[in-house]
Design a protein around this ligand. Structure first.
Ligand SMILES: Cc1cc2nc3c(=O)[nH]c(=O)nc-3n(C[C@H](O)[C@H](O)[C@H](O)COP(=O)(O)O)c2cc1C
Length: 406
């Protein structure tokens, strides 16, 4: 049957018109276009020099670990239940006796002030505002005491590389403890540095050097360079006072003799919980559970260390089955959506650490970018929970998810 045509009636047309004026606030209009965290990647790549973007995005060697970690999320298949009361969804989870609003923790990332001049303090402020935990890296560009003074009462964890110089290590740990850092995360997947091909090709130095090539780059990214040159110099802030070039400090950080006995020793120095980050095997997870650490992070360092290692999302349920009743199992690597987070919880993770996700946000739009990343995660986690039929984190079970073969 043919539709009958009529003359347009203004009474029906007027309410359909959006009368709001276009926004002239650049950042607001930029953020309004971001729907998924992935949308931040393109914006970030336009805001910072290529070497900085590549430093964040890249992995080690041929980046096989990185690619496989990311691809694993495409194999997630939820097994939803319908007709469940999901009128009130609680996305919170308890970590060391206190709730955080979603099971997401800001992973330690070195040199954050190189990505955006607001750096670690901006990210920790967003963490605090959203009732989340921020983990400061030993390689941070803000010192532990500065951070805790700048963001009082935030929940702060300290990521630590046990250094060859044990006395210096103790000093650093004591400083973090004195300034209210709650948990020590010991990173153990860096007995040596990963071979980062992009950084080598780009000639990345920290801080960035100004050569002829850089001068061209300055013309293309004037804001980033202006911010770099007009704010405090980039440094490994926890090593302030060492009076040594950065390259020499970096060489001291990784102790290639680190072993299980050192972790037992660390127990005598740090009185709070210890989490070991960078575990990639069931046998190591079992050994760590046996020596009494509180938790592990299954992680391949975002694919930045050993290339062609295990796929962490595949390892997660196997490790949880073996040690999940004794220690908490955290996980990281490639988490960019709330669906990914819900899948990890279903596989038995206590919470997820995100690195690049918030770095894309800060590179693109400073602290507002990081806030938007959190907003997206909150909304996607809650949406996914509703759609699989669960109202709280404890209702998410292994039956809710499987990893397809392809
Ligand atoms: C730019 C960058 C710097 C990092 N720096 C550190 C660090 O200093 N210490 C550490 O334990 N992990 C570091 N990581 C690894 C993260 O803590 C985390 O394991 C990883 O980023 C998780 O993967 P994702 O970035 O895909 O979320 C870094 C990661 C990135 C991307």
């Amino acid at each position: 049957m043919k539709s009958r045509r009529q003359f347009p009636d203004l009474r029906f047309i007027l309410p359909l018109i959006n009368w709001s004026l276009p926004t002239f606030n650049n950042k607001k209009s930029l953020l309004s276009k971001v729907v998924l965290i992935h949308d931040f990647k393109k914006i970030a790549s336009r805001k910072v020099p290529k070497a900085v973007y590549d430093y964040v995005e890249g992995g080690a060697h041929q980046e096989v670990s990185l690619k496989r970690s990311v691809d694993a999320f495409l194999r997630v298949e939820f097994q939803p239940n319908v007709l469940r009361d999901i009128s009130k969804i609680d996305t919170s989870v308890e970590i060391f006796g206190e709730k955080i609003s979603i099971p997401v923790i800001f992973a330690p990332t070195g040199y954050t002030r190189m990505m955006h001049h607001s750096g670690e303090i901006a990210v920790a402020e967003i963490a605090k505002r959203n009732n989340l935990i921020y983990c400061l890296s030993t390689m941070g560009t803000t010192a532990p005491d500065e951070l805790s003074l700048a963001v009082p009462d935030a929940r702060l964890w300290f990521q630590f590389y046990l250094m060859k110089d044990r006395q210096a290590s103790v000093k650093m740990i004591e400083r973090a403890q004195k300034h209210g850092f709650e948990v020590l995360i010991l990173t153990v997947d860096t007995p040596v540095s990963g071979i980062r091909a992009r950084d080598i090709r780009n000639g990345l130095t920290i801080p960035p050097r100004i050569g002829i090539k850089t001068l061209f780059d300055m013309a293309k990214k004037p804001h980033w360079w202006l911010n770099l040159l007009t704010t405090a110099p980039l440094e490994f802030a926890a090593f302030r006072g060492y009076n040594e070039p950065l390259s020499q400090i970096a060489a001291k950080i990784y102790d290639s003799s680190l072993n299980y006995e050192d972790i037992t020793w660390l127990r005598t120095v740090w009185s709070g919980p210890i989490i070991v980050k960078g575990v990639q095997s069931i046998s190591d997870a079992e050994k760590l559970a046996n020596i009494g650490i509180e938790a592990i992070v299954l992680s391949n360092h975002g694919g930045r260390q050993l290339d062609k290692g295990p796929v962490i999302l595949e390892l997660l349920p196997k490790v949880v089955e073996k040690v999940g009743h004794r220690i908490d199992v955290y996980v990281d690597g490639g988490f960019m959506t709330g669906q990914d987070v819900v899948a990890a919880i279903a596989f038995g993770a206590k919470a997820v650490l995100i690195g690049r996700a918030y770095l894309y946000g800060i590179m693109a739009a400073g602290s507002e970018g990081v806030q938007k990343v959190v907003d997206i995660l909150v909304s996607e986690i809650s949406n996914t929970m509703a759609l699989i039929g669960v109202a709280s984190m404890s209702e998410i079970k292994p039956e809710h998810v499987k990893l397809r073969n392809s």
